[in-house]
Design a binder for this molecule. Sequence first.
Ligand SMILES: [Zn+2]
Length: 157
Amino acid sequence: MGLKPGNHTFQMDVDPEFFACFLESEIQNAQGVMDVILEYSETTMTLRLALDLTWKVPCGRCLEDLTYPLQSEDKIVVRFGDKTEYGDTLWILSKNEFELDLSQTIYELAHLSRPPHQVHENENDCDPKMLGYTSNDSREESKKLTDPCWDALKNLK
Ligand SMILES: [Zn+2]
């Protein structure tokens, strides 16, 4: 590996183009960094990862852009073996493998740190132009129909 034993730190940039590489990504507009501390000894490496992204996503009710932090930490132990194998917390690297591919890990950490609902916490903060259509419905019903396009169609009757 050409690395001296000890701690090595580096930082990777993460931007929307990174997520565009994953067809099924539910995150599109996120930007930030992943800090990596690599603790290296002759037999083992430990990767300490800290992801810190800012995610912009349209509100599920009114489509106005919301901003969330995507922050997550992880630790991966890397050993050297005959065959490269990526597990959840342990990676085996074959001796001729010189590169660590962290892209799948960044992708997964980002998705795991998403908030459960991407809507304005307080419905009053939603864009009233998009919500006006549902004012005659009962609260229960307007909760179920969160797609504003569908709500607009319903109002035409
Ligand atoms: Zn909203």
